[in-house]
Design a protein around this ligand. Structure first.
Ligand code: CTP
Length: 244
């Protein structure tokens, strides 16, 4: 069905004991904080592993015809704007080692492409990126590592204006209005409070190469431990978290 992230029967990573599951990383942060850049840098450095990126944006609900007529009154920064049940189902299926179909979202027309999907295959590492990926406890509980990209609000607003006018075909007044009415209040109410769930907080986003290197080292270690668990299932691995 076009509404659900449909599992397709391909390869699985979990062995019969369920010991080797994909490593799930959540990457959150305010709008235009540099989440995508951080994810791209992690993906580049983990090129020797199978790694996939899932964007929370793909799970935006399409607008009803009435909502489309009054799009300037629609809050795209509220948790209810996302189909979280479908996102949850998608990540659960990927964790089980199934491949899934992820919807494709059209930011210009505020709707999903009804015809096409992106197939995401089973992987060693799954990165889930989005402004509100730490909001829902069920989604959070699927993550092995949570990263919050912390970038100053003025830097984010400047990037957002550039992106929305250049890439999303919007005029500057509507961008500023949306920011003041919805984006900033929702950041204060939902995004910032979810920062407390992060294991790692990265100041300055993609510019922070030291933080990315440390994170990648940690993921390498964890993936190595996954493999060790498979070879020596009786050996305990001590879990730890760290802050940069
Ligand atoms: N949004 C919008 N119109 C829509 C759907 C979403 O303007 N039809 C906006 C929301 O207001 C929300 C933002 O999209 O604030 C979420 O995307 P964002 O996190 O800014 O995009 P990324 O590219 O993932 O951010 P980053 O620069 O951190 O990589």
């Amino acid at each position: 069905s076009p509404r659900s992230a449909v599992p397709t029967p391909t390869s699985t990573l979990a062995d019969s004991n369920g010991l080797k599951q994909p490593f799930v990383i959540g990457v959150s942060g305010g709008t235009a904080s540099g989440k995508t850049t951080v994810c791209d840098m992690i993906i580049q450095q983990l090129h020797d592993h199978r790694i996939v990126l899932v964007n929370q944006d793909s799970f935006y609900r399409g607008l009803t015809p009435e909502e489309s007529l009054r799009v300037h009154e629609y809050n795209f920064d509220h948790p209810d704007a996302f189909d979280t049940e479908q996102l949850l189902e998608c990540i659960e299926n990927l964790k089980r080692g199934h491949s899934v179909h992820v919807p494709i979202y059209d930011f210009k027309n505020h709707r999903r492409c009804s015809e096409s999907f992106r197939q995401v295959n089973a992987s060693d590492v799954i990165i889930l990126e989005g402004i509100l990926v730490f909001h829902d406890q069920r989604v959070r509980s699927l993550m092995n590592m949570k990263i919050f990209v912390d970038t100053d609000a003025d830097v984010r607003l400047a990037r957002r204006i550039r992106r929305d006018t250049v890439e999303r075909g919007r005029d500057i007044n509507s961008v500023l209005e949306q920011y003041a009415k919805f984006v900033k209040p929702a950041f204060d109410d939902f995004v910032l409070p979810s920062k407390k769930y992060a294991d790692v907080i990265i100041p300055r986003g993609g510019d922070n190469h030291v933080a990315i290197d440390l994170i990648v080292q940690h993921i390498h270690t964890k993936l190595g431990q996954h493999d060790l668990c498979k070879i020596y299932p009786n050996v305990y691995v001590i879990q730890s978290t760290f802050q940069i």
